[in-house]
Design a protein around this ligand. Structure first.
Ligand code: GLN
Length: 205
């Protein structure tokens, strides 16, 4: 097949918004390809890139573990496939996550991104908010950050590049071809991050 094959993990959460944003990003960049919902493990081997959307990380992790997707995703990312984890997706990529209030939780994680996460670091639902943030390192000086029960990164390994902070908390990182944000770019009109990810996927082809 010609063009990129990008998947959005479709277990729960912001799936449609990410498919839309990725398609629009590809169109604006003039990069050919398809963007599909990923619902079963058989779809994973053909992917060039994957977005793990925001939602509830325990739900996404547990259901993916049960249907066998988690193992396939882990192998595929470990073999170099670019991945973009958003909010719950970022949590899933991490090696360790604890909740700000509940503390240590036994939830399935991919253990690929060398970070320790604090879930709900900015408070719970009623504390969701928007704020302007900056990601100079990847050429995005201004971006509207939409934070919904957002996690933060408490500790990052030396191989992890810190792309953005808000109120002293780390909110965007990159480790090789693994990209993660605490906030939801698919809920804004700004395609910069989805374009950045599509370019990352396109590099390897
Ligand atoms: N608080 C959620 C979790 O811990 C993440 C919220 C989100 O993805 N918007 O999984």
């Amino acid at each position: 097949m010609n063009g990129l094959n990008i998947g959005v993990l479709a277990v729960q959460g912001d799936v449609a918004e990410n498919i839309m944003a990725t398609k629009m990003a590809m169109e604006e960049l003039g990069i050919e390809g398809i963007v599909n919902e990923i619902k079963n493990p058989e779809q994973i081997s053909d992917l060039d890139g994957l977005i793990i959307p925001g939602g509830e990380s325990t739900v996404i992790g547990t259901l993916s573990l049960v249907n066998g997707s988690l193992k396939k995703i882990k192998e595929k990312i470990a073999s170099g496939m670019p991945v973009f984890g958003i909010c719950a997706g970022l949590i899933l990529l991490s090696k360790k996550a604890k909740d700000r209030v509940v503390g240590e939780m036994d939830q399935p994680l991919l253990d690929l991104l060398d970070v320790k996460i604090e879930r709900n670091a900015f408070g719970r639902q009623r504390d969701s908010f928007e704020s302007e943030i900056s990601m100079e390192k990847i050429g995005v000086p201004k971006f509207q950050g939409v934070f919904i029960r957002a996690p933060s990164i408490m500790e990052a390994g030396h191989n992890v590049e810190i792309i953005s902070k808000f109120n002293e908390k780390i909110i965007a990182v990159k480790q090789g071809k693994i990209l993660g944000t605490s906030f939801h770019p698919e809920l804004t009109d700004d395609l910069s991050l989805h374009k950045y990810f599509v370019n990352l996927v396109n590099e390897k082809n």
